[in-house]
Design a protein around this ligand. Structure first.
Ligand code: DON
Length: 303
C-alpha cells in the first residue's frame, strides 16, 4: 500500500470541504484557530509515518485524549472500571446531563464527558497524577517530547467548565467520583489541553492497531482489551454521530472538538486527521470526509 500517494489523493479530494463547519466556540482559545488548516498522517504498525498538509502542526487534542486515559486506566486497574461506566452509545451530545439521573450516575460510555470524568477519576486514584501520567505516556509512544500542555487552553476550559463541573458533582452525589471534584476537573482540563500533531497522535495510538503492544514492544493491554477499546471507539467515539461515522468510514475512531480524529485499522495502521471546522455534533467536517475517502480508496475498513 502506497500510503503517501493515498494521502495526497485524499488531500486533493477533500480540499473543497476544508474550511466548512465552525471551530469550537465554547472554548475561546479554540475559536480563534484558522478553519482552513488540514493535515493527515498515517503510522503503520512498524512505526513508519506518512503525512500531508499540516500533519506536523500541533493542535488541541481535546477528547481524543479520552482513548488514552481509558487505555491507561484499564492497564493500571483492570476491569472494575466497567462497573462505573457503561459501553453503550448515548445518542446525546457529548456534554449532556440528561441520562445521568435516569441511570443513577453511571455514564453511558467512557467517551462522553461524564464517562471520561469517571475514567480520569480512576486514573487519578491509581496513579496520583492522571494528567502527567497521560502526557508521559503520549511522549513515550510517539518518541519525542513535543506533546505538551497548553496553559491557555486549560485555563479557557476551566473558565468555561461549569457544565463539566455539574457533571462531576452530580456523579459524586451518586458516589461515582472518588476524588475531590475540583482536583478531578483540573486533571480533566489539563488532559484536554494537550497539543499534538497528526504525526505524533498517529504514532501514539499504534497500540490499538498492534493489539495492545506499546512502541517498545512491551504490553499495555491484552489483545482482548485492545479489541474492546476499538469496539467502544467504533460505537461511541464520535458522540451522537457514531452511527453515521461507522456507515461512512467503517473504522474505530475518536474525535475531539479541536478538529482532530484518530482512527484505527487493526493490524495495519493508525490515522490522524485534523481540520478545525466542526459539524453540529462536534466532529471535523473535512476530517470525516478524509477518513471516508481513505476507506473508499484503500478498502481498508473493519468491514
Ligand atoms: O469537556 C470539554 O468540553 C472539552 N474539553 C472536550 C470536548 C471534546 O473534545 C468533545 N468531548 N467529548
Amino acid at each position: 500500500m502506497n500510503y503517501q500517494s493515498v494521502l495526497e489523493r485524499i488531500a486533493e479530494d477533500v480540499a473543497p470541504q476544508v474550511g466548512h463547519g465552525t471551530p469550537a466556540e465554547y472554548i475561546p482559545a479554540l475559536a480563534s484557530v484558522d478553519p482552513h488548516r488540514f493535515g493527515m498522517a498515517i503510522a503503520d504498525v512498524d512505526g513508519n509515518v506518512y503525512g500531508v498538509g499540516d500533519w506536523r502542526q500541533p493542535f488541541s487534542t481535546q477528547s481524543i485524549t479520552k482513548v488514552f486515559t481509558l487505555a491507561l486506566a484499564l492497564a493500571h486497574g483492570g476491569d472494575d472500571l466497567w462497573e462505573r461506566v457503561g459501553r453503550e452509545p448515548s445518542g446525546n451530545p457529548f456534554n449532556s446531563l440528561v441520562q445521568l439521573e435516569y441511570e443513577s450516575g453511571i455514564p453511558r460510555n467512557p467517551f462522553i464527558n461524564a464517562g471520561a470524568l469517571v475514567v480520569t477519576d480512576r486514573l487519578l486514584t491509581l496513579t496520583g497524577d492522571a494528567s502527567r501520567e497521560l502526557l508521559e505516556f503520549l511522549r513515550q509512544e510517539c518518541g519525542n517530547d513535543r506533546p505538551s500542555f497548553d496553559t491557555e487552553v486549560a485555563e479557557s476550559e476551566s473558565a468555561a467548565g461549569s457544565r463539566n463541573a455539574a457533571l462531576a458533582h452530580f456523579m459524586a452525589s451518586y458516589g461515582n467520583i472518588a476524588n475531590p471534584v475540583p482536583t478531578l476537573l483540573d486533571h480533566y482540563f489539563w488532559q484536554c489541553s494537550i497539543e499534538m500533531s497528526c504525526a505524533d497522535l498517529a504514532l501514539a495510538a499504534r497500540f490499538l492497531a498492534r493489539h495492545g503492544l506499546r512502541a517498545d514492544d512491551s504490553r499495555l493491554l491484552s489483545r482482548s482489551e485492545a479489541k474492546q477499546i476499538n469496539a467502544v471507539m467504533l460505537t461511541c467515539g464520535t458522540y451522537d454521530a457514531a452511527g453515521e461515522f461507522a456507515y461512512r468510514v467503517g473504522l474505530p475512531g475518536k474525535s475531539g472538538v479541536g478538529g482532530g480524529i484518530v482512527a484505527v485499522v487493526p493490524g495495519r495502521c493508525t490515522l490522524c486527521v485534523w481540520s478545525p471546522g466542526l459539524d453540529e455534533q462536534g466532529n471535523s467536517v473535512a476530517g470525516v470526509a478524509a477518513l471516508d475517502r481513505f476507506t473508499t480508496l484503500t478498502g481498508l475498513s473493519v468491514f
